[in-house]
Design a protein around this ligand. Structure first.
Ligand code: KG4
Ligand code: ZN
Length: 336
């Protein structure tokens, strides 16, 4: 069965076709980064309007690339939440109407479930159960994943998400939006040992995170060293602190669950330093780490098509009427 996946929860319109027998057929993305850059962050109303304009051309692209037509579709999956309400409604409205017109099932997918399962889209694939480190712009969670829809939260952030911390640090250092890639690029040329930033909650004894203090420490450091030459060293110090905390808690989660597999998902999973550290540390534990390919780390339609395909195959589709859930707890999902 061929499933169309539609992601429109934030500032990326992603469409993909996933074949339950052959795997991923095509995926295309339009990023709104250039449009939001002038505002220093995502403007929800502009995001919704842009999704409307992009979704149809992207659909034509993925169909054309796979030499398929609408009649070949067996189901449609769309991101139903969490995310920006208006942006979600574009994908939901488009997906539900198209499914109704084609008389095929549609399913609303949890955006984080998409991220969590995205490492299953490429080889080598992890097997259930595994520990997942979910690090995106809105979330920082360690989960114990025992099956599709069986997600136990082991740890969560008490304040800012990891990606948010990168984005806010980028703002403080005037590196623009989106912050993660900018900070990590600059950090490569900096000296991570020149400044020492705190490692929040490193020894808290649990698997929770807190990053807002780190952001304040970056601000204090910036005020003390306003010269431009310090910027790359501050970026490197910040990244080193983030990587230390994320890696230490991930290893603790592996030890606590006894799982030999760590899966990393979400935009911050694209961070090179984090990847290298997790490979090294899991190696020491005799465990393995799995990453989605770089282009599937950040938001995309492929992960939505994949998660939706699993649920459509279980008959978990909704009625033609639809709603979206801008706030949605991952643990509310039914077991597949
Ligand atoms: O998963 P994602 O694309 O969207 C959400 O669901 O939030 O994650 C976006 C986040 C942003 O905060 C962005 O700054 C961060 O991921 N990010 C990175 C990198 N690439 C993206 N953070 C650190 N290093 C990167 N290379
Ligand atoms: Zn995301």
């Amino acid at each position: 069965m061929i499933i169309l996946g539609i992601e429109s929860s934030c500032d990326e319109t992603g469409l993909a076709l996933f074949d339950t027998e052959k795997g991923l057929l095509a995926h295309r993305l339009h990023s709104q980064v250039a449009m939001h850059r002038d505002y220093g962050g995502v403007v929800p109303e502009l995001a919704s309007r842009d999704h409307i304009q992009r979704v149809m051309p992207l659909l034509r692209n993925v169909l054309g690339e796979s030499s398929l037509t609408l009649q070949d579709l067996g189901g449609i999956a769309y991101t139903a939440g969490p995310g920006l309400a208006g942006a979600l409604l574009v994908g939901a409205g488009f997906a539900r109407s198209l499914a109704y017109a084609l008389n095929i099932p549609a399913v609303g997918v949890h955006h984080l479930e998409g991220h969590l399962l995205s490492p299953l889209l490429s080889e080598p694939r992890p097997e259930f159960p595994f520990v997942a480190l979910l690090v995106s712009g809105g979330h920082t969670q360690l989960m114990h994943v025992t099956g599709v829809g069986a997600y136990e939260t082991l740890g969560d952030t008490l304040d800012d998400a990891a990606g948010e911390a990168f984005d806010k640090t980028a703002q403080l250092l005037e590196l623009g939006y989106p912050g993660g890639p900018a900070v990590s690029k600059l950090a490569e040329t900096g000296d991570p040992a020149r400044f020492k930033l705190p490692r929040p909650m490193l020894n808290s004894g649990d698997l929770n995170f807190s990053f807002s203090g780190l952001k304040t420490a970056v601000l204090t450091l910036r005020n003390k060293h306003p010269d431009e030459t310090a910027t790359s060293d501050i970026a490197a110090a910040f990244q080193a602190a983030m990587v230390d905390v994320l890696a230490a808690k991930s290893m603790r989660a592996l030890e606590q669950t006894g799982s030999p597999q760590l899966v990393v998902a979400g935009g911050v999973g694209a961070n090179k330093q984090l990847r290298q550290r997790l490979v090294a540390e899991t190696g020491k534990l005799g465990a393995r780490v799995f990453f989605p390919p770089l282009d599937l780390c950040t938001d995309n339609g492929a992960m939505i098509a994949f998660a939706g395909a699993l649920r459509i195959q279980q008959g978990q589709t909704g009625p033609a009427a639809f709603s979206v859930k801008p706030r949605w707890d991952l643990q509310e999902l039914p077991r597949a």
